[in-house]
Design a protein around this ligand. Structure first.
Ligand SMILES: NC(=O)c1ccc[n+]([C@@H]2O[C@H](COP(=O)([O-])OP(=O)(O)OC[C@H]3O[C@@H](n4cnc5c(N)ncnc54)[C@H](OP(=O)(O)O)[C@@H]3O)[C@@H](O)[C@H]2O)c1
Length: 345
């Protein structure tokens, strides 16, 4: 009897809000039986739960650089959905992939960055005219090295240029929604995103829906489910025999399905809080400087998270066949559950 060799996959971020949704889809994918997935996890308890889903696990953090290098050197495909800003861990992954290449493989790296790479500050006062297109790598190359996420993206792209790995970078925008996956039900996956839960908690803290400045700045939105679907579409395309998907500097895939003004999200939070008797009025009022410091850690972070502009268009992602389903109406409708969950906490 012959044993068929499985494709080794390293999965980083298995317990995360986004990673858990991507992994859930991968486990349900027709190719799942041909994969041997290893997840790096910090919690022994979650590792055990993941093993029940058929995964191998390694206990460690992304600060364990030797472990990361070794794990990457054993993988044909790496999903990195864990940290978009930490150079040393990405350097360790890439050292591992270089070793893997020396064995005659061309490994695949699917890395998660974010549209935050082209964020511009507006303190909530105006909307942007500038639109970044994932079909225009030159727009990204013009970004400063210091831009959010950019230094890690540069490392990833340089690896592809050197030729020892094929790299694909996914750039989600504001991801929203509370995922319901086998991994959330098993208590493995985080259930909440970053930006909207932050503004929600700040609004609850001050007893009134809050906005940054006039709430005029704009971001793209994308549901958790549509984002996980984008990873699936990219995974399928890049693992197809004869794959011709653009990679490296061109392998950029934005996740967006339209834009919203931060004031719209803030007003929705205010409306739900008012209905629940927690907010003073159904319209958001402007966070004071002190409140930005109190609830976001600093004025800078508050302005960045909920008062900046960040608009892109996912032309390359859509050209690959990705069809996001959820719209701005779904984004606004998702806020009630987010507020309810935050109130319970
Ligand atoms: N959510 C968004 O709106 C959004 C948008 C664009 C880009 N992104 C990017 O997508 C990536 C994932 O975001 P997310 O929203 O899914 O965040 P998340 O829920 O916090 O997930 C982060 C994952 O990384 C793991 N992790 C964090 N630090 C670690 C460490 N030192 N060692 C080992 N594992 C570690 C967490 O494990 P534990 O379970 O142990 O904490 C978890 O699995 C991030 O790079 C983020 O910047 C997110």
């Amino acid at each position: 009897m012959s044993t068929v060799q499985k494709i080794p996959v390293l999965f980083l971020g298995a317990t995360g809000y986004l990673g858990g949704s991507v992994l859930s889809r991968l486990l349900a994918h027709p190719s799942a039986k041909s994969l041997e997935i290893t997840a790096l996890v910090r919690s022994e308890e979650k590792a055990k739960k993941l093993e029940a889903f058929g995964l191998k696990t390694a206990i460690g953090t992304i600060q364990d650089l030797e472990l990361l290098e070794t794990l990457a050197s054993q993988a044909h495909i790496v999903f990195s959905i864990i940290n978009a800003d930490d150079d040393p861990h990405m350097q360790a992954i890439l050292r591992g992939l270089k070793k893997r290449h020396a064995t005659g493989d061309v490994p695949i790296l699917i890395h998660t960055s974010g549209t935050g790479v082209f964020v511009s500050h507006a303190n909530g006062m105006y909307a942007t005219e500038e639109v970044y297109d994932d079909n225009k790598p030159e727009q990204f190359e013009a970004l400063p090295h210091e831009a959010l996420h950019r230094s890690v993206d540069e490392l990833v792209i340089a690896a592809d240029k050197e030729g020892y790995a094929k790299t694909y970078i996914i750039l989600p925008s504001t991801i929203y929604g509370i995922p319901s996956t086998p991994l959330t039900r098993a208590g493995i996956q985080h259930a909440h995103s970053i930006q909207i839960p932050f503004v929600t908690k700040a609004s609850i803290g001050r007893g009134q829906g809050g906005k940054v400045g006039k709430g005029a700045s704009r971001w793209n939105h994308i549901s958790n489910d549509d984002t996980a679907e984008l990873f699936t579409v990219v995974y399928e395309a890049v693992t197809k025999p004869g794959n011709t998907v653009p990679h490296g500097r061109e392998g950029l895939f934005i996740g967006e399905n339209g834009t919203y003004a931060w004031g719209e999200v803030s007003d929705e939070i205010a409306k739900v809080l008012f209905e629940k008797g927690v907010g003073k009025s159904p319209e958001a009022t402007t966070f004071t400087s002190d409140e930005l410091v109190q609830y976001f850690g600093s004025e800078f972070v508050g302005n960045l998270l909920a008062g900046s502009n960040c608009v892109g268009v996912a032309n390359r992602s859509r050209a690959l066949g990705w069809k996001p389903k959820h719209t701005k109406a779904d984004l606004l409708a998702s806020i009630k559950a987010e507020v309810e969950a935050a109130l319970k906490q």
